[in-house]
Write a protein that binds this ligand. Structure first.
Ligand SMILES: *[C@@H]1O[C@H](CO)[C@@H](O)[C@H](O)[C@H]1NC(C)=O
Ligand SMILES: *[C@@H]1O[C@H](CO)[C@@H](O)[C@H](O)[C@H]1NC(C)=O
Length: 465
């Protein structure tokens, strides 16, 4: 009984298919794309698919496939190289303009026929201009869907590189945010991307850290997809580096200084203000970075790398260089027992993703705590605190820079040492007094002896009263 019901159900389904007979599938494609059409699944063991250009049984047959795996493609030269049939799949390589329209598939199972028609609709996307743009230049993007009598026109939408919806067609004056992949959404599963290039400098970090003990790098570069030829085509006027010192760092020069300017033909840097900074060797490749083997206290400030174009557009990147230093109050020469404050700082608060780590001398009484403060207080320094104190800045697993200070600690004079020194001094003074007294006494004695000597040994010659 159950089997009978199933059989009836299957028969109903099949007959339903036979009576409705056709199904329509819409495919959007661009000229030159490869497309794959999938034939309906047979519900029987003996089946046969035939593919047609236009309507089945009326148009031009492209090929067929049967349940033995046998298949054939039309012998026409233009088709043989372009079409392949593998099981349910018909693939057309690099679809040409003239193939857009209708392709049909006829499935035959137990002498019953089922038809699928595929509406191939041409999709074309255009971008004007095709080349890279400077900010402010105008861009237009359009996404055109071919018309078909049997299919409603879909609503075409654009997504900008940030993924936000923009009603098409797009016509706008570009900004650097427009650089990237624009997507034309025709249907949920048919999207076309177009890449838009807007000239800009590569992103660079806002802060760079250095010290007297570590290198200074001020990054700036042209992204890899932009080259000097393109920049010259866009009428680049100049490329410069400027420096604005940190306000308090030195009183004499708080004005913006031009450090370098680029001469474009041939490419080479000209020094304007010499701060012993070196240019990266790969200028041809667009690396505008400045470096020095070691940082200096007066390096702190804002460095700007800028590029100016004939149409007035200026592209720039600024990097703030921070110099790490350790300060000791009251000083680096200390007497054991003194209270000392050490601070490790760039003069600005550290961003939340930068961690500070102290490395006191091995024998120091002060050992690591977490998190580590920028200011340390040693209530009473001892001999163990003398030596190298190091402070490091880290961003996740990278050490950004470090600074060092040498503390010299003299021992304090103790009471016993004072007693010993005083006693020694007293003894020395006593000895001196004693020596003086003895000397005086001896001199007096000599005076008494002299007359007697003269009287007895040589009465005539040396007589004196
Ligand atoms: C630019 O040059 C510097 C110094 O030579 C180097 O550290 C850096 O990685 C280079 N940057 C790029 C983007 O090539
Ligand atoms: C150390 O810092 C504290 C406050 O943090 C301050 O009261 C003290 O005067 C400082 N001592 C020295 C020697 O600078």
């Amino acid at each position: 009984m159950k089997n009978l019901i199933q059989l009836v159900l299957i028969l109903i389904t099949v007959s339903h298919r036979c009576t409705t007979g056709t199904e329509m599938v819409v495919k959007y494609a661009m000229v030159g794309e490869d497309i794959t059409l999938q034939a309906p699944e047979p519900n029987g063991k003996r089946y046969y698919w035939s593919w047609w250009l236009g309507k089945a049984d009326e148009g031009h047959q492209i090929g067929w496939y049967n349940h033995f795996g046998g298949n054939q493609i039309t012998t026409e030269e233009s088709w043989k190289t372009r079409v392949s049939i593998s099981g349910r799949m018909l693939t057309i390589k690099k679809i040409p303009e003239e193939l857009f329209g209708t392709i049909s598939c006829k499935l035959t199972v137990n002498n019953q026929h089922f038809y699928v028609t595929y509406q191939l609709i041409k999709l074309s996307v255009s971008k004007k201009p095709a080349s890279a743009l400077l900010p402010g230049e105008s861009l237009s993007l359009s996404c055109n869907v071919g018309t078909s009598q049997s299919v409603d026109q879909p609503v075409v939408q654009w997504l900008n590189p940030q993924g936000e919806e923009v009603r098409g067609p797009v016509t706008k004056s570009v900004t650097v945010q427009d650089h990237g992949q624009w997507t034309c959404v025709v249907t949920k599963d048919r999207k076309v991307t177009v890449s838009v290039t807007v000239v800009d400098l590569s992103p660079s970090p806002l802060h760079q850290y250095t010290s007297k003990y570590s290198p200074l790098t001020i990054p700036c570069s042209i992204p890899a997809h932009i080259n000097w030829t393109l920049l010259k085509d866009k009428d680049i006027q100049d490329v410069q580096w400027h420096f604005l010192p940190k306000p308090s760092s030195s009183l004499k020069s708080n004005n913006r200084q031009r450090l370098f300017s680029l001469s474009l033909d041939p490419l080479s840097w000209e020094v304007d203000q010499d701060r012993q900074l070196k240019n990266a060797p790969d200028l041809e490749g667009g690396n505008l970075t400045l470096t020095r083997y070691r940082g200096k206290e007066e390096d702190s400030g804002n460095y700007t790398c800028s590029m100016r174009f004939k149409n007035g557009v200026i592209l720039s990147r600024s990097v703030y260089v921070e110099v790490l230093q350790i300060f000791s109050s009251p000083g680096a020469k200390l007497i054991s027992g003194q209270r000392v404050n050490l601070s490790c700082s760039t003069g600005h608060p550290l961003p939340s993703d930068v961690q500070l780590k102290w490395f006191p001398p091995e024998k120091s009484s002060l050992q690591g705590s977490d998190p580590q403060p920028a200011h340390l207080t040693i209530p009473e320094v001892g001999a163990g605190d003398s030596g190298k104190w190091r402070c490091e800045l880290w961003r996740s697993k990278t050490r950004l820079t470090f600074a060092v200070i040498m503390l010299k600690i003299e021992p304090k004079l103790s009471v016993w040492m004072l007693v010993t020194i005083c006693s020694a001094a007293a003894i020395i003074i006593l000895l001196l007094v004693l020596a003086f007294i003895l000397y005086r006494r001896r001199q007096r004695k000599m005076r008494h002896l002299r007359p007697r000597l003269c009287q007895c040994k040589n009465p005539k010659g040396f007589y004196r009263t």
